[in-house]
Write a protein that binds this ligand. Structure first.
Ligand SMILES: *Cc1c(COP(=O)(O)O)cnc(C)c1O
Length: 381
């Protein structure tokens, strides 16, 4: 069962059972003990941060198959650095000038179907977003047509949905014909393990991942991998350089130790066993809830080939029938959250069903979760 909690108890902060996946607002992930130990170990010495960043970057390069790598302060920070690197490069004057982009290439082309909250990170560096396509389709000529002398990069975001975007490989081919780099946000695309090298292999120039989601490193870390010159530029646009947009997203030596250790554990993980364990938790929840009248509780299998965030693992989805006469989704969520421990579940894509994500559940928590869900779903009936 769960240990720890003394600090939270002292502050009066209650525990949350997280069936909503590795999302930021509930604390990212729970780091394996070896990660916490590596952070402790790294906390006793001073080191030269340039040397540490370079050696850590080399490990990222090896594990991703990229030319170079960098530990970032999360995927969003990685996106700020991607934008800064492709606009200002290594030029100290331009780096200093950002986020003011006058007299610089500052346009980042983005599929409209890829718009997510996090594309703000590109704008935070000063970039202007240029949209192509519509919500469900994009034509190659639209990408060709959007490229001009102000184009700094083409961005590609693997977010909650794909919406008929031009495939990454083809996007890369077109961009590269014009010498434009392709920068990728794949924050929540790990696992599956193959994705760690997949987007680099498909030709992306920079790829950003979260370190505190499926990699289970410190929540405030991320991974940037890609072309050596662009990684060098990304580093120049961040800490320890104190006149850069990335300076506000500093990574400490302990976080570097934690992220690298987490990544090494991640690439060594038997995901067949992990997926079976996650799926079993979903099956348990389905079995516990399926008799409640008015609900359709289903196991949704993993679809890692979909390349959409959240489709990489099995889920238990609770659909509400026409004749459902219990509490509505909002009230259910409130009741779940108000308990102690609080319970958080996810929502289906369009918000009409509840989704139980197994990945952040700690051992045995599926039982508390299912019991609490049953209680709430049968309230007043
Ligand atoms: C979580 C997420 C981010 C932000 O990643 P952090 O590591 O939390 O900074 C960016 N893009 C997408 C699609 C995400 O899911």
């Amino acid at each position: 069962m769960t240990t720890g909690g003394n600090f939270y108890n002292r502050l009066g902060v209650k525990r949350i059972i997280n069936a909503a996946s590795w999302i930021t607002v509930y604390g990212g992930s729970i780091m394996p003990p070896a990660v916490v130990q590596a952070m402790d170990d790294a906390s006793h010495w001073f080191v030269d941060m340039h040397e540490l960043n370079e050696k850590a970057g080399n490990i990222i390069a090896t594990l991703t198959g990229a030319e170079a790598g960098l530990v970032t302060a999360g995927s969003a920070a990685g996106m700020v650095l991607e934008a800064a690197a492709t606009m200002a490069g290594n030029d100290p004057a331009k780096i200093w000038q950002l986020p003011d982009t006058s007299n610089m290439k500052n346009e980042i082309i983005l599929h409209r179907a890829h718009r997510v909250n996090y594309d703000h990170s590109f704008r935070a560096a000063g970039a202007m977003l240029v949209e192509i396509g519509n919500a469900s389709t994009t034509q190659e000529w639209e990408l060709e047509n959007a490229i001009n002398e102000n184009t700094a990069a083409v961005a590609y975001i693997f977010g909650p949905r794909r919406g008929g975007a031009i495939p990454l490989r083809r996007t890369v081919e077109i961009a590269h014909q014009h010498d434009i780099p392709v920068i990728v946000d794949a924050a929540a695309m790990l696992p599956p393990l193959e994705n760690l090298s997949r987007f680099i292999e498909e030709g992306a120039d920079l790829v950003s991942f979260s370190g505190g989601k499926g990699v289970m490193g410190p929540q405030s870390t991320g991974i940037l991998a890609g072309r050596a010159d662009l990684i060098e530029a990304a580093y120049a646009n961040g800490a320890p350089n104190s006149v850069s947009v990335g300076r506000a997203a500093k990574v400490c030596k302990e976080e570097i130790a934690g992220l690298i250790t987490a990544l090494e554990i991640f690439v060594d993980t038997d995901f067949e066993a992990v997926n079976a364990n996650w799926r079993a938790k979903c099956v348990y929840v389905v079995d516990e809830l399926k008799e409640i009248p008015g609900l359709r509780v289903e196991l949704e299998e993993a679809r890692p080939d979909h390349l959409e965030g959240g489709s990489n693992f099995a889920k238990a989805v609770i659909h509400f029938d026409q004749d459902w006469n219990g509490p509505n989704i909002e009230d259910i969520n409130q009741m779940l959250f108000d308990g102690d421990p609080g319970v958080r579940v996810g929502l289906s894509d369009i918000g009409d069903a509840l989704a139980v994500y197994p990945v952040a559940l700690q051992p045995g928590e599926e039982e508390i979760l299912a019991a609490r869900l049953k209680e709430v779903l049968t309230t007043g009936r």
